[in-house]
Ligand binder design. Structure first.
Ligand code: ADP
Length: 244
């Protein structure tokens, strides 16, 4: 079975959806257990593709992805899904209660539900609703705001207790304050390895992470803390100044 106890080692990872069109170009990256990473870079540079490969969505890549010492391509699908959860930019909501949207008709103890609801910041939302967790989400979550949906998606992921959480904010409509609230909560979960893809070029958010991974054209161009990358006055610095 698959485990993740210390490090994911990505080496020489290249990938193309269509031949000749290389989307990832010889990526090398170490992801350490419990650390928090934020991936930034222009739209289309390969951020989402990188995390999808990490989560085992595609097998036709070149290079290696090792979880501890096990090759991702040698694992079976049931093991791979136990390693990570991805929260995609478009969150799917069922026309059911908030409770059902978190548990997805699997059995969880009251204790783990409470824990996930609290860690996602959903308890603040739930307390204000007369029906609490039994509040109906509506057709595709129409009774909920973007931030509330995001929190439900976080609770849905946390309750499954996978070692790696991938948050793809993309260009999602959540405001800075909501993003900050959600991310700062996730950053306090010490055994959780977090990878966030964001377009939010806010110092307050970026400096909370252990490492910024800055990508361009399918490559990792720079990597380090916010402070280090700003002090470097190079590619990330330019990108940050432009976006700010
Ligand atoms: P980012 O997350 O940085 O915006 P993506 O990883 O989504 O970038 O996309 C990288 C490149 O791969 C883009 O040129 C995009 O158009 C292309 N791409 C993404 N998904 C697919 C797909 N399913 N089929 C073909 N090309 C894709």
């Amino acid at each position: 079975s698959a485990t993740f106890n210390s490090v994911v080692s990505i080496s020489n990872l290249s990938f193309a959806y269509e031949k000749q069109n290389r989307v990832l170009d010889k990526i090398n990256l170490h992801i350490e257990k419990g650390k928090k990473y934020v991936i930034v870079g222009k739209s289309g540079c390969g951020k989402t593709t990188l995390v999808k490969l990490l989560a085992g969505y595609y097998t036709e890549y070149s290079g290696k992805i090792l979880y501890d010492n096990t090759d991702l391509n040698m694992m079976n699908e049931n093991d791979i899904v136990q390693l990570s959860s991805i929260i995609h930019q478009n969150i799917y909501m069922f026309n059911e209660s908030v409770y059902d949207n978190i548990c997805l008709h699997e059995d969880y103890s009251k204790e783990s539900i409470d824990k996930a609801v609290k860690a996602s910041g959903l308890n603040d939302v739930i307390e204000k609703l007369p029906e609490g967790l039994l509040y109906e989400a509506g057709e595709n979550g129409s009774n909920l705001s973007g931030g509330q949906k995001q929190r439900i998606a976080v609770a849905r992921a946390l309750i499954r207790n996978k070692p790696i959480l991938i948050l793809d904010e993309g260009t999602s409509a959540i405001d800075m304050q909501t993003a900050y609230d959600i991310e700062s909560r996730l950053l306090t979960i010490s055994d959780l390895t977090l990878l966030t893809i964001t377009h939010n070029m806010s110092k307050d958010i970026l400096e909370l992470y252990d490492e910024i991974i800055f990508m361009a054209d399918g490559k990792i161009i720079e990597q380090g803390t916010f402070e280090t990358l700003i002090a470097k006055h190079a590619a990330f610095y330019d990108f940050y100044q432009l976006k700010k």
